[in-house]
Write a protein that binds this ligand. Structure first.
Ligand code: FE2
Ligand code: FE2
Length: 339
């Protein structure tokens, strides 16, 4: 029900995030579209293909925000409602900028018939209520952040690296909201609701694994190790899940599952799934970064690899109990063997 003057605290976290978002707006007109691409033709095409799930994700986020905003209003969560309005504008901006990027690259994203799991991911995000969606969008934002971060670090002077650096500022705000909101509500959810959120996490991760397998040739053309990428993402999601109290049933022994229970088995299945059929990615010996890119500017190959790879050893140490840690350690061993 709409109210003339809903309850609103301008000092709460969501209100402050909303004002921060209002003060941080920018547009496609602020992007230097004449910046070098820094990618030879095959890698430029690979980027347009690997970027496709992120591109659809920007639109999916807009759809979801539209659906969730009236739910927040109905619950009297006015400051969260205002924040989501700014989130909607952020995602609209990302969509517009990526659309212009596709025009600059003169190539289309992959079609849904080629990677139908993108649609499955979108529909999974739309199941449930606002809490489900905020958890799903946190997972999606972590994925997007990691993707953009890879390019912002490796190609800071190139067009997509510059765009990525700007988008990352928005994504950190999105992550702050979702994490804070969930940390407030998740501990008060009944066990079956928390189990539903864990099931959603596993569904989304498995779908990401399926998307990765469809696009593996392109990620390898870019020199990205998709399995390592997803392994790091899973570890980040795991850390957030613990911090917001989602895994307290398993960690505290509430349902006796622990990491050896259903959640643990789901992660073990997923770790096998993303490790894929190929024992070792071609990425380590893949296509070199192009002339003119930062990665190709005289930096030794082994050093480039270290910059693009993630701190798997640290991850393995920080989440030693979960199945993803086993995967990280396996990758650490592989990296050591390749070095
Ligand atoms: Fe976005
Ligand atoms: Fe986002």
């Amino acid at each position: 029900m709409i109210r003339v003057q809903p309850r609103y605290d301008p000092e709460d976290t969501y209100a402050r995030l909303f004002r921060k978002a209002v003060g941080s707006q920018w547009s496609a007109d602020d992007v230097d579209w004449e910046a070098p691409l820094g990618l030879p033709p095959r890698q430029a095409v690979a980027l347009t293909r690997v970027l496709s799930p992120v591109y659809l994700g920007e639109q999916s986020a807009m759809y979801g925000a539209c659906a969730v905003l009236p739910q927040l209003a109905a619950a009297g969560e006015t400051s969260a409602q205002l924040y989501i309005a700014s989130f909607l504008l952020d995602e609209a901006r990302h969509f517009e900028i990526l659309t212009q990027l596709y025009q600059r690259l003169d190539h289309h994203p992959v079609a849904l018939r080629e990677v139908p799991e993108m649609l499955r991911y979108h529909h999974r995000l739309r199941q449930g209520d606002r809490i489900d969606w905020i958890w799903g969008i946190l997972i999606s934002d972590l994925f997007a952040r990691q993707f953009y971060q890879a390019f912002a670090k490796v190609q800071p002077a190139a067009l997509f690296g510059r765009v990525s650096a700007r988008v990352l500022i928005d994504e950190s705000r999105h992550q702050a909201f979702s994490h804070t909101y969930l940390k407030h509500v998740v501990p008060n959810l009944p066990p079956e609701r928390r189990q539903g959120l864990r099931a959603m996490r596993d569904d989304l991760l498995q779908t990401m694994g399926a998307i990765h397998r469809r696009l593996r040739d392109d990620t390898e053309a870019l020199g990205l190790d998709g399995a390592v990428f997803l392994g790091e993402l899973a570890a980040q999601i795991e850390a957030h899940a613990r911090s917001i109290g989602l895994d307290q049933d398993t960690d505290d022994g509430g349902d006796g599952a622990g990491h050896g229970g259903d959640a643990g088995r789901a992660h073990a299945d997923w770790a096998r799934l993303i490790s894929g059929k190929r024992e070792q990615s071609k990425a380590s010996g893949g296509v070199a970064w192009p002339a003119g890119s930062v990665a190709a500017s005289g930096e030794p190959r082994a050093q480039r690899r270290r910059r693009f790879a993630f701190d798997l050893h640290g991850l393995a140490q920080s989440c030693r109990a979960c199945a993803v840690a086993l995967l990280c350690r396996a990758r650490v061993a592989q990296s050591a063997a390749r070095a």
